[in-house]
Design a protein around this ligand. Structure first.
Ligand code: ATP
Length: 140
């Protein structure tokens, strides 16, 4: 069976994506380098594995190339995020979404060929600001 999604990095952002996709009945492969994160997601995602995704052989063994859409939600470790994205691209993953830590990181991710680069805190800040503005307009 062709797997639909993989989420790499199960922090608040990646964990939330993994929970929502899984709750919607989608087939998610959850990956994190930390064992405690994988224990937490074992009963949430269809598959959960401890792995360091900066290792190309690990990505090959996991069959990541056959996954339609991979979400890279490694935050603080920009090098690990960038390297993982580059290898996913080289393996021919169809669609890659990556969480950027800052503008420089986003620029590199764009160059590498990430399909969608997101800035969760910034994007959510904008959305909340616009919702405050529209509520304010309605109140007047
Ligand atoms: P968030 O900001 O989403 O809450 P966080 O602060 O908990 O995340 P981050 O450092 O941003 O943690 O990393 C997100 C997740 O990515 C962590 O659970 C971390 O273990 C995982 N991670 C980091 N490096 C790798 C790697 N090389 N391979 C797989 N997972 C990794």
């Amino acid at each position: 069976m062709k797997r639909e999604f993989a989420v790499i990095g199960l922090g608040r952002f990646g964990g939330s994506i993994c929970r929502e996709l899984s709750a919607d009945g989608l087939d998610v492969l959850a990956i994190d380098i930390q064992e405690d994160r994988i224990k937490e997601f074992k009963n949430i995602a269809a598959h959960a594995v401890i792995a360091d995704t900066t290792d190309e052989n690990v990505l090959k063994e996991l069959g990541v190339r056959n996954i339609d859409h991979v979400i890279v939600a490694i935050g603080d470790d920009i090098q690990a995020s960038t390297l993982t994205t580059l290898m996913l691209k080289e393996l021919g993953v169809n669609k890659i979404t990556v969480k950027a830590q800052n503008d420089y990181h986003a620029k590199i991710l764009d160059k590498i060929g990430a399909d969608h680069v997101v800035h969760p805190e910034r994007d959510m800040g904008k959305r909340i600001a616009h919702s405050i503005i529209s509520t304010n307009i309605l109140d007047h």
